[in-house]
Design a protein around this ligand. Sequence first.
Ligand code: AMP
Length: 128
Amino acid sequence: MAGFSHMTGTYDPQNIFARILRDEIPCKVFFESRHSLAFYDISPAAPMHLLVIPRGAYRNIYEFTQQASAEEILDFWQSVNIVAEKAGLTSAGFRLIANTGPDSGQEVPHFHVHLLGGAALGPLLPRT
Ligand code: AMP
């Protein structure tokens, strides 16, 4: 995203996940908790591809870990576990990805974890 830095700048309240959280645009909700929301990725990269986000305004894992309350952090990671269980992925396994900053290709500047599964996912990244 142009101008986005994970070290400087401020949270963009118009990012797409902020708009989802304000119910300005729809999403397919999978799970909700007090501080977190899980929904289906609009462009799935695996048979099961969910996004888990905190409701709070944090751009990335640094901000989330440094600025969120202990209650929000606990709620978030418990939600990730619940989502994996609810999706039936705990036996076969799954992958979590948290893109952070420009080199990762992070598109949406609101902290999120991708939860991917439902098939053998192959190597983590193509080898260069
Ligand atoms: P990242 O590159 O880690 O920022 O991932 C952003 C993810 O958000 C991508 O996998 C997109 O497919 C997904 N995405 C973008 N817009 C929406 C939307 N409106 N609803 C659900 N997922 C979305």
